[in-house]
Design a protein around this ligand. Sequence first.
Ligand code: NAD
Ligand code: UDP
Length: 320
Amino acid sequence: MRKTVLITGAAGFLGSHLCDKFISEEYRVIAMDNLITGDLKNISHLFQLENFEFYHHDVTKFVHVPGNVDYILHFASPASPIDYLKIPIQTLKVGSLGTHNLLGLAKEKNARILIASTSEVYGDPLIHPQNEEYYGNVNTIGPRGVYDEAKRFQESITMAYHRFHGLETRIARIFNTYGPRMRLNDGRVIPAFIGQALRGENLTVFGDGSQTRSFCYVDDEVEGIYRLLLSDYALPMNIGNPEEITILDFANEIIKLTGTEQKIVFEPLPQDDPLQREPDITKAKQILEWEPKVSRREGMQKTFEYFKNLSKEELFKSEH
Ligand code: NAD
Ligand code: UDP
């Protein structure tokens, strides 16, 4: 008998890659999305499969699916700073009400649930690299607070269901992940820089570019999430690539990768933009025997190929 997995946020970047992974592992996949930031083209190749079905549904409303469900992966949420600044209330609702609905469904179905948490629970971190014991440094009322606090609430209510109801829960603290199917205009740094290079625009580095991030290729991230789901570890776990780089160095890498003749221009740093970020993945290495395998060079090459193949219309389409 095939196991059944429900994936929310399935038409988004990570959700669609998770659908591919679970299909390739022979699961029956129920995909759910309200398409607020996602796109059906990310999963359209799965529509003809008999073990794949799609529900167009907003998970902040009561969630019901018929039949047996073994696993739930709750990935629905705006995920890029400009998305969650544009739709702050929906961001808070999907992390709180949406998570509550899915925990309720998991309880009803006796399913194991994994929630997509984030490095943003650490806020602008005061320790480096960040390990899971760090409580974080979040500005609750700042513009990013809608995302960070929704995710922190999500972790709290998930642990409450685990402790109070004995629900099988998993919490993945995902660090910056990239790859094909990111939305060109979602404002995140990789589609932003590659899009600018392809359109012949200057690359916009925010601040002086000394802030750091550590980028994980999507195939590695999906494998880490998959292993966490199947593990017996209920506390939060960092899943990310510890290879850290400054945003200025990264802009220069993308100039080389794309061969653009454009320059770097500096723009103001958004409020509460974390100054440094690098996951401590000791736990994932020990417990999941997982660590990233794809180098930034290889991952960025694949990502660039994807964006290069988009139509001119998509490349110049502006949502913001
Ligand atoms: P994405 O925007 O590509 O995908 C999110 C999906 O959720 C979209 O398809 C959107 O339409 C859907 N969605 C949003 N609100 C919904 C609702 N109320 N009901 C149903 N569907 C809804 O973003 P992503 O990068 O794929 O992120 C997926 C998850 O992973 C998010 O929970 C995000 O917080 C988390 N995460 C991602 C990263 C990253 O680097 N990509 C890092 C940390 C955490
Ligand atoms: N950034 C930038 N130029 C851009 C978009 C982003 O310099 O056009 C910076 C941003 O200020 C941040 C880093 O790149 O320091 C990563 O931003 P992203 O939105 O990708 O992710 P997050 O801040 O959520 O880690």
